[in-house]
Design a protein around this ligand. Structure first.
Ligand code: FMN
Length: 304
């Protein structure tokens, strides 16, 4: 039987690009690295982060929802936590885990709802708040998600949301230098370079555009996060080398969550940390600011 391959599937394209990046060694003077992440005045165990997920099913046998379990794992492992679409009462439950959370709000057509969720995030003491602007279009015009209409975001909208919250505002779904620069101009404090699990056919692999975005934003105070098809410590290292400050594991962490809950996920993250530290050691990287593009080779030449 032939396996069906969809050449437009951006998830596969992202995975293939990740696997096409090879790592050189820099061993002389190398030492065991420190994975500590400093972000907006807070200290985290590593640049490994949970994904902005939503609607993970509740588990049977007295276990709580997947959202709460992974947030609890993030809190216990001292990792940056992300969550996506949800109502305010569910978000309060996420905050009660103690996880330092970035809340990604949908681009609701109802802008009062966005403002209400921004205010809730600030009241609850979130790490940051933001919006996934890559969930604007559906198959038939603007998208409708679970019955709720979405809408486009203009520069004025972004500036208004930035001004409406005391928290750092993050735009999720940046896949061009143009949008990255517009976000910086709007006062955004973080972007997620992402194609949101391949919503756009033939979307660029996030790590392909990442170094261009990092160059365009160098010298700004905009933090750069990445997700899509990240599966192992080597992927996290490659993202750091190309300019990311933090990296989310997404669907790849789900089996660990489903099978092992909070402890399973903590063990999973420990494995990611182990490989990341191993590769940083092999490449002479002592801290997260040391990985750089020239450590990665693509088609026989180093990236610069
Ligand atoms: C079940 C599920 C729910 C998601 N919900 C949201 C959401 O509400 N908001 C959002 O910005 N992204 C959401 N995403 C997208 C993820 O944050 C992430 O961008 C995407 O899964 C790509 O990463 P991956 O390839 O590692 O899974 C969701 C993804 C999944 C699988």
């Amino acid at each position: 039987m032939h396996e069906h391959f969809n050449p437009a599937d951006a998830n596969l394209l992202a995975r293939r690009y990740l696997d096409s990046l090879l790592i050189e060694e820099r061993l002389v003077d190398a030492q065991v690295p420190d994975l500590t992440l400093e972000l907006w005045g807070e200290t985290f165990a590593s640049p490994v982060m949970t994904p902005a997920f939503s609607h993970l099913k509740p588990y049977a046998e007295g276990r709580e929802s997947g959202m709460l379990e992974y947030s609890r794992a993030a809190a216990e492992a001292n990792l940056v936590n992300w969550v996506g679409m949800m109502e305010n009462d569910d978000y309060q439950r996420i905050l009660s885990t103690g996880a330092r959370t970035i809340r990604i709000i949908k681009p609701y057509a109802d802008r009062d709802k966005v403002l209400d969720q921004l205010a809730c995030a600030a009241r609850g003491g979130s790490l940051a708040v933001g919006m996934d602007i890559d969930h604007i279009f559906g198959k038939d015009g603007y998208d409708v998600v679970l019955g709720e209409p979405m809408t486009r975001q203009t520069m004025d909208d972004l500036k208004n949301y930035v001004a409406a919250t005391p928290l750092p505002f993050v735009v999720k779904g940046v896949l061009s230098v143009q949008d990255a620069v517009k976000c910086a101009e709007a006062g955004v404090k973080g972007i997620v370079v992402s194609h949101h699990h391949g919503r756009l056919p033939y979307a660029l692999p996030p790590l392909m555009i990442l170094p261009h975005i990092a160059k365009a934003l160098s010298g700004s105070d905009v933090k750069i996060f990445v997700d899509c098809a990240i599966e192992r410590g080597a992927d996290v290292f490659k993202a750091l080398a190309l300019g990311a400050n933090g990296v989310s594991l997404g669907r790849h962490m789900l089996p660990a969550l489903q099978e092992g809950g909070v402890d399973g996920l903590k063990a999973y993250f420990a494995g990611i940390h182990q490989e990341l530290a191993f590769i940083m050691g092999f490449t002479g990287c002592c801290t997260l600011s040391d990985p750089e593009p020239s450590m990665l080779w693509h088609h026989g030449s180093p990236l610069e």
